[in-house]
Design a protein around this ligand. Sequence first.
Ligand code: Q9C
Ligand code: ZN
Length: 341
Amino acid sequence: METIYSEKHKLRDAQTELYGGQLVYPHERPSRAEYVLNRVKDSELGAVTSPEDFGMDPILAVHQPDFVSFLQTVWDEWKAAGMKGEAIPTTWPARRMVQKCPNFIDGKLGYYSLACETSISEGTWEAAYASAQVALTGAKRLNDGAKGVFSLCRPPGHHATTDLYGGFCFLNNAGIAAQETLNNGAKRVAIVDVDFHHGNGSQDMFYQRDDVLFISLHGDPMEAFPHFLGHADEKGEGAGEGFNFNYPLQPGTPFSAWREALADALNKVKEFGAEALIISLGVDTFENDPISFFKLASDDFITYGEDIAKLGLPTHFVMEGGYDVDEIGINTVNVLQGFEG
Ligand code: Q9C
Ligand code: ZN
């Protein structure tokens, strides 16, 4: 399987994440992509290719223009306002407040964010843009007839909505790829999000649509980030009703239970008649992931890669989360090798 990868991910190297009341070095760090890339190379999975540049249009096809402009200028505005550290929001348009974008940068940060652990640093936009181009290149490969392709995206994307960043995400790479796949001629695309966290951004982006089926397996939002979306009763709205499914799972969930949920999800993909499948591939379901609570072992990733392959659909794997440990390379490539058989 071909891997699409851009070195520009290294431009996203924030020094702070608000975690446990402290500013720590971020869990979402450059070494993550290097672990995965090294394992791709060591296991001889296939060619590693640089992305093409598809420009802004496919990003603006799913994201609000004012939000994208904000991402492009936020760092300069923050510095121009004389701020000393990285850009972190401190106030939000909460319940019963006015949803209107303020002029001052502190207000803009709150208006365009859904969480504050994700500090914005110099180079963040450039890396997020390159990550989206990686996913767009993956979408092109699928359109050109590939059975499977791996977009080694970093930063990740599935928490980013049309107009909100957070949860380490800025642009929704899987969502951008899904829309591109439709534009390339597919009538129905499915996104199955196997990251430990609910893919709130992808769900929100396609919630009222029947051309993109979104299914997520994740830590119950009552217990896990993003906390405010991802419940089992969220089934889609309007034309999108019946095209969204969530499998919230409890702390300590073992692979057997997780795999049953995946089987159910893959059945729904089949019933839907998807012409292409996007896997939001987070490997933070791993038993030793530092911020998650599922119990998947490294071999389980091979097994579920095989399960996905049985659908027989052209499949685009888009990298999402998975933190801090060498095994994120092993586990990611295990899924891809399981898929290839
Ligand atoms: N106390 C992805 O996996 N922090 N994002 C959780 C824990 C945010 C995860 C706070 C986790 C975001 C792409
Ligand atoms: Zn995650």
